[in-house]
Design a protein around this ligand. Structure first.
Ligand code: HEC
Ligand code: HEC
Length: 461
């Protein structure tokens, strides 16, 4: 049930956030100039983007140092892991750092964080095709006849999938690069900075990078900061413009092998998007009505968090045009499975038919069913009110309104054990069942409050 636990960990962070209220304040422009220092968040181990290595700090670190210098300040770094994007972003949202370089200035991302402002983009991350120097490549359409290495479910993977081009998936961008380096595949479609960095550090003289100009495979990056001081955005934008004019940003990119057009010259040879031949509709998969394979929660969690969370959010709450999957209605299983397998391509939901089996989609649905609604507890709520809110936002999903039970979990009103047994079930969970341990979310006292709340629910009836 670690799927449930992952979500709860995130929830407990939120609860912590609500309580604290003593967050450090991010600096204004005036404070940055008067103190002569600005703090940036960066991953210590994420080359070619950022690193704590003094010799190879990564191009985002170089850019933010230059930007700080333009503001008359020195950049200090708060080193943070970025494997969990949400945890990384908290540092910025809580004012632990003033600036966060290298974040996408793209609608899906900026809308998710309305508290943040973004500088103008200083770099557009595109893709390249990595191929042997001897292999002619005139357009992306040439990839139709090759097996192309991609990172599983990366932008490049989905791009080729949607066009029905042959591809082979690898765990990481680096593994896909190695596949073409060793001759296992004739080509790879990778993010340009990563491909450039791998090539710079490899001995592969037989490979070249062919830039791809397709806008579907490009993302702009800038510096994010808390919306607090409009003057700061203005100053950052001006600083970036000055650095661009001096070629300083391009210089940093080049040091890390990132392919960039020659300054002043026309952009280098680049492949125009091909006109794709609609390949019939091979991905549409008919769905059988009855299925007896039991769903696998763990598999469902992995699939969801790695493939669906980027749009539907890790707690399934959706946002914008992406629908909420939390508390997906019973009786709508067939719609869920068909939507996932066939996609709704024209409106941004990719088809997963070639990648996931129907049984795997059922596992995803099983996982989605236990995703708890996002916790929302106002500061200053009394313990009794907190118990009611936690019950209403979490326990209700499985135990039902009034705690009267659903097909997922037993009635709590019918609970005949002692209060200690109730509290123990809440804190430690029931291993091997959907009842997760809630220790990280509720204290002993809160579990007792919830016990009381459930008892009161029963009395009302
Ligand atoms: C690139 C963004 C994106 C990704 C990735 C994505 N979805 Fe979606 N999904 C959407 C959008 C947008 C819609 C709304 C489509 C519409 O309006 O009809 C949607 C709709 C759905 C629906 C239909 C909900 C309903 O109304 O019945 C389901 C179910 C769904 N997605 C599940 C998944 C699952 C499971 C995954 C991962 C395997 C996934 N999605 C990955 C964007 C995405
Ligand atoms: C993801 C679904 C799920 C959620 C969410 C959930 N439970 Fe449970 N809970 C279960 C299941 C399933 C069982 C039965 C476990 C078993 O078979 O022993 C259970 C058992 C229990 C029991 C023991 C009942 C008994 O008769 O032995 C208590 C008490 C309990 N849950 C309280 C809670 C509380 C309080 C919350 C909210 C903080 C909560 N549960 C949230 C699924 C859930």
């Amino acid at each position: 049930m670690s799927g449930v636990r992952t979500t709860l960990l995130f929830l407990s962070l939120l609860v912590g956030l609500v309580g604290s209220g003593e967050a450090r304040q991010a600096k204004t422009l005036a404070e940055i100039t008067s103190t002569g220092s600005v703090t940036a968040c960066a991953d210590p181990d994420n080359l070619p983007f950022t690193s704590s290595d003094a010799q190879w700090p990564g191009y985002d670190v170089e850019v933010i140092r230059a930007v700080a210098a333009e503001l008359g300040a020195r950049a200090e770094f708060k080193w943070i892991g970025t494997r969990s994007a949400r945890a990384a972003m908290r540092n910025l949202l809580e004012g632990e750092c003033d600036l966060f370089p290298g974040l996408p200035v793209a609608p899906g991302f900026t809308e998710e964080y309305p508290q943040l402002a973004f500088s103008r983009a200083y770099y557009t991350m595109r893709h390249v095709v990595v191929v042997g120097t001897g292999r002619p490549l005139t357009g992306l359409a040439d990839l139709r006849g090759l097996v192309t290495a991609v990172e599983a479910l990366s932008a490049g993977d989905l791009f080729l999938l949607q066009r029905g081009y042959p591809r082979r998936s690898y765990r990481t961008q680096e593994a896909a690069f190695r596949a073409v380096q060793s001759g296992e595949t004739p080509a790879a479609l990778l993010w340009a900075p990563l491909a450039g960095w791998f090539l710079t550090r490899s001995s592969a003289v037989h490979l070249r990078l062919v830039p791809v100009s397709d806008p579907d495979l490009a993302v702009a990056f800038g510096v994010a900061f808390l919306k607090r001081d409009p003057a700061l955005k203005h100053a950052l934008d001006r600083a970036i413009e000055r650095l661009e004019a001096r070629g300083a940003i391009e210089g940093s990119l080049r040091r890390y092998g990132v392919p960039v057009g020659r300054a002043g010259a026309r952009p280098g040879p680049s492949i125009e998007p091909a006109r794709w031949v609609a390949a019939g509709n091979p991905l549409v998969t008919p769905v059988a009505e009855v299925r007896s394979v039991p769903p696998d929660f763990e598999e469902g969690r992995t699939i969801f968090q790695e493939n669906c969370a980027e749009c539907h959010r890790s707690d399934g709450r959706g946002g914008g045009s992406v629908p909420r999957l939390q508390q997906y209605p019973f009786g709508a299983e067939k719609r869920f499975i068909e939507t996932v397998l066939n996609g709704r391509n024209s409106v941004g939901m990719p088809p997963w038919g070639g990648l996931l089996t129907e049984a795997q989609v059922r596992s995803v649905l099983a996982y989605v069913r236990v995703l708890v609604p996002t916790l929302d507890i106002p500061a200053g709520a009394t313990p009794a009110a907190q118990a009611r809110l936690i019950f209403g936002q979490i326990c209700v999903t499985c135990h039902g309104r009034e705690g009267a039970g659903t097909r997922l979990a037993p009635s709590l009103q019918a609970f005949r054990g002692t209060d200690e047994e109730f509290v123990e079930a809440v804190l430690d969970g029931r291993p091997g069942t959907a009842m997760a341990p809630f220790k990280s979310l509720v204290s002993v006292e809160m579990a007792q409050q919830i016990r009381q709340y459930v008892r009161d629910l029963g009395r009302l009836n």
